[in-house]
Design a protein around this ligand. Structure first.
Ligand SMILES: [Zn+2]
Ligand SMILES: [Zn+2]
Length: 428
């Protein structure tokens, strides 16, 4: 019997049943971002039952549950709580099609097992589970309302929690995300996520009769059209590894066919693989649309909406996670270093705090669709829990593995000012 099998056999039948029950209860309670009240209640009931203390209502529905001391190394197990809206025929309804209920159940259960094992009593330090609301960028009407009511500052749960200091005492972050079908490789490590920002450009022209007196107007659409060309040429100005993706859309244009358009609106996401490239692309974009407008004497207004930062995983923690995976599976069952075009607010956390988000398989049907289900519960729940648990135990037991983060204050200052800053907009 290999170590892994032994470790997994240490799970009692009762524990296995309880984790699955928790996972199924959360899966059956899909709620959109910042509305995860039912999920929070399921989670707090579980924590109370096992005598784990917690704070609730963080960024509306978020939870922070901890074991251990205020001093010492602090590992946060971070889980998303929200569901998506899916459509089946005419019906649209909330559904856990991104598998976040699994993360929440597994992380909470890992905390319970670590408590049972008395891990922090042996090693010192602290372990928290942080359930974060609203990672999916959807349902902006609700988020706008919550912002107006003063309940949130930002449209992403982690961004809002970061701004409110929930992560200020955290030394490193371990998270996970379902990322593959049953029957394929079991895990993935060290993948990157792209970052993105959202731009809306309004070209302000002047209306006039397009036949009798076009020269008395100023065609806003000409400014937007010239800018579209300029933006297309920008794609050559960053190297391929930047992963620049720019697909502007003309979302509105005033006027009728006999009126010179007074206003044209161009909107785009800008995506890139690193923060430096993303910021560079943002600056180049601004320069381009501004000067294309100016070339024709058209006033240009740029509105920025904050997206998510690119995610680069901590190499040191990845190594520790990798070692735990190898106790459970072969090297060829682990996918490595995938450069993904997807994004998540774990990117923002990873910028501030050493973080990993490993992927695990077990999905059936398409992620983000109404057909999604968990096909391989052994992997999705038990192997992932084992990886997270052993990673925490190893890091707490060995100070050499405790990645330090001396620049947190400086990075957070930059982050709040330059990334979430009022001038840069504040909607995820
Ligand atoms: Zn998703
Ligand atoms: Zn997700």
């Amino acid at each position: 019997m290999s170590t892994d099998e032994k470790a997994l056999r240490d799970w009692t039948g009762e524990e296995r049943e309880e984790l699955l029950e928790l996972g199924h209860a959360l899966f059956a309670c899909p709620e959109l971002g910042f509305q995860e009240k039912g999920s929070a209640a399921i989670l707090t009931d579980f924590l109370k039952k096992h005598g784990i203390s917690f704070e609730e209502g963080l960024s509306v529905t978020g939870i922070k549950a901890s074991i251990g001391n205020k001093e010492g190394y602090h590992i946060a197990l971070v889980a998303d709580m929200d569901a998506l809206e899916v459509r089946n025929g005419d019906k649209a309804y909330p559904f856990h099609s991104c598998g976040h209920s699994i993360q929440t159940a597994v992380m909470a259960y890992v905390l319970k097992r670590l408590k049972d094992q008395g891990i922090v009593e042996k090693t010192g330090g602290r372990v928290s589970v942080i359930g974060a609301p609203a990672v999916e960028s959807i349902d902006f009407d609700t988020r706008r309302r919550l912002k107006e009511e003063g309940k949130i500052r930002y449209f992403s749960g982690k961004q809002d929690m970061i701004s409110k200091g929930v992560f200020d005492d955290v030394d490193c972050v371990i998270s996970m995300h379902i990322n593959g079908d049953s029957g394929g490789p079991l895990f993935d490590i060290n993948s990157t996520l792209a970052g993105f920002m959202v731009k809306k450009v309004i070209f302000h022209g002047k209306a006039s009769h397009s036949g009798a007196a076009p020269h008395l107007g100023l065609n806003a659409l000409h400014g937007a059209s010239l800018a579209m060309d300029g933006i297309a040429y920008l794609k050559d100005q960053l190297p391929p590894e930047a992963g620049l993706k720019l697909h502007p859309v003309l979302t509105s244009c005033s006027g009728t066919v006999n009126v010179i358009p007074e206003q044209a609106v161009l909107e785009t996401y800008i995506r890139a693989n690193t923060l430096d490239y993303l910021l560079e692309a943002g600056e180049k974009f601004d320069r381009c649309v501004l000067h294309c407008g100016q070339a024709l004497g058209i006033e240009t207004e740029i509105q920025n909406t904050t997206g998510y930062m690119p995610f680069a995983q901590s190499a040191e923690i990845t190594e520790t996670v990798h070692r735990q995976m190898l106790r459970l599976c072969r090297e060829d069952q682990i996918v490595k270093n995938v450069i993904s075009g997807a994004s998540g607010d774990i990117g923002d956390l990873g910028y501030l705090i050493p973080a990993v988000q490993f992927g695990f398989s077990g999905a059936e049907g398409q992620i983000h669709s109404a057909r999604f289900s968990v096909g391989d519960e052994e992997n999705a729940y038990f192997r992932t829990a084992q990886v997270a648990e052993e990673t925490v135990a190893e890091i707490l037991s060995d100070p050499k593995l405790q990645v330090k983060n001396p620049d947190f204050r400086k990075k957070k200052e930059f982050y709040l000012r330059e990334w979430l800053g009022e001038q840069a907009g504040s909607c995820g």
